[in-house]
Design a protein around this ligand. Structure first.
Ligand SMILES: *Cc1c(COP(=O)(O)O)cnc(C)c1O
Length: 364
């Protein structure tokens, strides 16, 4: 039985039309560029199978995943779009990667050699990409080792060097560094043999730098409708709306405490709505007493006191039209996920991936 069966207290609406619009926007920023739709972490919590299927229908060149389990879930759907495993691989993941012809991003000589042995044993020729560390510090060949790394891969009988990529650590935070990094990346690439795919840009890199001189972009967040840089937000549409319902409405007297720790004491008689969502659904507890708001019947209302595991309380004194059962948006089209993230002291990526399995995803 699914963790959450109807009737649902909380759910996430997934707007597939918005997803396609965001994809079209990303492409419009560099129309000659190929695109990898990044679908790691259950497509940023949106449901990897449905998102992969939509991107495949829209003919993206690659689907980017973090591990074999995610790749397998895509493969199970019968989708034929090439799958790219972001980041270094563990030795025990590699046989499955070779067997399925998933793209691996190679970070060192040992990884290349192991893939070559496995491909040889499987009588397969495996296309791989060279990963370069131009500042992220997470994986890949350092710039001075790039040419030797590429030459080594090309010398191996059962690998084909299909592309090279790197990653931007600060495209939304440090313009000078990012421009220097892009220049350095171009310089390294110009000394490598001609490759089918050259890629560097995540969402921030695509919106602010139009993916530079690369011919493959790797957006994640913007496809789901959230921009790392606020100035591009109005070009995007929220794909996920986190929703819940009003379970109870009461008027509580002045002096009454609200939620654990009683950090909120009502100053006046207050109409309080209880909502059926909490941190057990991924609505962060760190939003407690940070000015978080929810959206009910076309208006915003403030959250009162601490977020609990399954419920939150909201001050609805200003509106007597609200009734139990009313839908509540926690974030989505009216309250941006980036606003919620900021108040929770985190980033939109973490909010999306923190929505728990108790929240049923419903396509709209
Ligand atoms: C997650 C990831 C992306 C996508 O990043 P966004 O900021 O969500 O666009 C791109 N490239 C790599 C290597 C990643 O790990």
């Amino acid at each position: 039985m699914p963790i959450s069966s109807p009737p649902l207290r909380s759910w996430a609406e997934i707007d597939m039309q918005a997803l396609r619009q965001n994809l079209a926007y990303a492409r419009s920023l560099n129309p000659s560029c190929s695109l990898m739709g990044v679908v790691k972490a259950n497509a940023y919590g949106h449901g990897i199978k449905r998102i992969a299927k939509a991107f495949s229908e829209e003919k993206v060149e690659f689907l980017g995943v973090a591990n074999c389990g995610e790749a397998r879930r895509i493969a199970e759907t019968g989708i034929k779009t090439e799958i790219y495993v972001l980041g270094p691989t563990f030795p025990d993941e590699r046989p499955e990667i070779v067997k399925n012809n998933w793209r691996a991003s190679i970070s060192n000589i040992q990884e290349a050699n192991h893939f070559n042995e496995l491909a040889q044993a499987a009588e397969n020729k495996l296309a791989v990409h060279l990963t370069l560390d131009t500042g992220m510090g997470r994986g890949g060949f350092l710039p001075e080792d790039a040419a030797a790394g590429a030459a080594h891969i090309e010398s191996l009988s059962h690998l084909t060097l299909e592309g090279a990529g790197s990653h931007l650590p600060s495209a939304d935070e440090d313009r000078d560094f990012t421009l220097r990094q892009m220049k350095q990346f171009e310089d390294i690439i110009s000394h490598l043999p001609t490759l089918k795919y050259v890629h560097l840009s995540n969402s921030a890199g695509i919106t602010d730098y139009h993916a530079g001189s690369c011919n493959l972009m790797r957006p994640g967040l913007i496809l789901y409708g959230a921009s790392p840089l606020p100035e591009y937000q109005d070009k995007l549409s929220a794909v996920m709306s986190l929703m819940s319902r009003v379970s109870l409405i009461r008027t509580l007297p002045a002096g009454h405490g609200i939620s654990y720790g009683r950090q909120t004491i009502l100053k006046k008689d207050t109409r309080v709505a209880t909502i059926g969502i909490g941190y057990g659904d991924g609505y962060p507890r760190s939003l407690s007493n940070q000015g978080a708001e929810v959206y009910i019947r076309g208006r915003r209302f403030p959250v009162l006191g601490r977020v609990t595991m399954d419920q939150i309380m909201v001050d609805i004194s200003d509106d007597d039209s609200i009734s139990t059962g009313d839908s509540v948006e926690l974030f989505g089209k009216n309250i941006l996920v980036t606003e919620v993230a900021e108040k929770a002291g985190t980033i939109a990526w973490e909010i999306f991936t923190g929505i728990t399995p108790r929240v049923t995803r419903v396509e709209t």
